[in-house]
Design a protein around this ligand. Structure first.
Ligand code: SAH
Length: 342
């Protein structure tokens, strides 16, 4: 059956027109779905009964089955959802004093196999459709309203590579951003990528005001080759050039995510190399202390090592923030989310 959350506002407008309904019906449906969060067409009470029946005959309003909900001692909540074909995905609600963020998965599993990340361990199963992406956001939005503050930010940093599922990602972003949809400002939506260059270029043509984060993690081509197999296809220097182009074209900054692994990426040699790579590049750097994954034997640097590294970058005019690990105790922190299947 046709899942209605896979239908864009434009297509819904065409559908309404074909049924000789005014085009504002599409907006009304959208508002019920994404603001009213109704689970049945019957509840769309500002439309005729006949039309609701027609909708019911043509579409379904799906929902995600929650398999597990784990609450971290820091307040982060990890949800494990089961999809219709029994694939499982994970989604995280991250409350802070000033914002409530949902971390969304875009694929069941991941094909990129970064050497420090749990999401790629079981390989890749399939792309999520835009309804499955939106349902994660809607579920957490509903929970956030009950438990904490309204949802304010969306980060595509869950399982999978968002830019490897480009069309469904963009479709979902439009709904999240649209004022008739979830109405979350573009600047509060972040897409993180392992560096799929052609899609970074494509994204820069769209003119969306969303935030782009690049998982850099290596400090030069060689170190990135070891940590991230994607670097063999899209090498370090090409990635940095693509980022320069993106910044120039969109007039927006990029955040570089950089994992801190003891004695591997958190060294003074690494800082020196980053200095060379970031010459005259205005950017933000987000340092992510390695979150333990049982299959790998990397270690997290000490607080002192992290501060020393950050200070060294500062001397080179690279300004960075350190990402506070959230939800580590429930396997909900960056890189700890994993694919499963029932
Ligand atoms: N595939 C996308 C989206 C994942 S975002 C990407 O690569 O950007 C998740 C972020 O957490 C990425 O920056 C990822 O590299 C990082 N990460 C993965 N494993 C990690 C770990 N064990 N500790 C800390 N960060 C990790």
């Amino acid at each position: 059956m046709n899942e209605i959350r896979n239908i864009s506002l434009n297509d819904l407008t065409d559908y309404c027109k074909n049924l000789k309904q005014p085009s504002y019906r599409a907006t009304q449906i959208f508002e019920w779905l994404y603001q009213g969060q109704v689970s049945s067409f019957n509840k769309m009470t500002n439309m005729s009964k006949e039309f609701r029946c027609q909708l019911q005959a043509d579409f379904q309003i799906g929902s995600l089955k929650t398999q597990l909900k784990s609450v971290s001692k820091d307040g982060t909540i990890k949800y494990v959802f089961v999809l219709e074909d029994k694939e499982m995905i994970e989604t995280v609600l991250i409350p802070t004093k000033t914002r409530t963020t949902v971390c969304v998965s875009t694929q069941a599993g991941c094909k990129f196999g970064c050497r420090f990340c749990a999401s790629g361990i079981g390989g890749w199963r399939r792309n999520l459709n835009s309804a499955e992406i939106l349902m994660q956001v809607l579920h957490v939005k509903g929970e956030a309203e009950k438990l904490t503050k309204p949802l304010s930010h969306v980060v595509f940093m869950g399982i999978g590579e968002p830019l490897d599922n480009y069309d469904n990602l963009i479709k979902a972003i439009h709904v999240i951003n649209d004022e008739r949809g979830m109405n979350i400002g573009a600047r509060r939506i972040t897409v993180s990528t392992c560096g799929v260059i052609p899609k970074i270029n494509k994204l820069s043509d769209l003119g969306l005001q969303i935030e782009l984060a690049i998982s850099l993690h290596g400090y030069d081509n060689e170190s990135r080759n070891v940590l991230m197999p994607v670097n063999k296809k899209y090498p370090f220097d090409d990635l940095i050039s693509a980022c320069r182009k993106y910044i120039k074209k969109t007039n927006r900054q990029i955040t570089f995510e950089y994992i801190l692994i003891k004695d591997v990426t958190c060294t003074s040699q690494a800082a020196q190399e980053l200095k060379k790579a970031f010459k005259s590049l205005i950017c933000k750097m987000n340092l992510i202390p390695y979150n333990p994954v049982s299959e790998f034997d990397y270690e997290t640097p000490s607080k002192n090592e992290i501060i020393n590294f950050q200070n060294q970058l500062k001397q080179f005019n690279i300004f960075s923030t350190v990402r506070t690990p959230r939800g580590r105790d429930v396997g909900g922190a960056c890189g700890q989310l994993r694919h499963r299947i029932i």
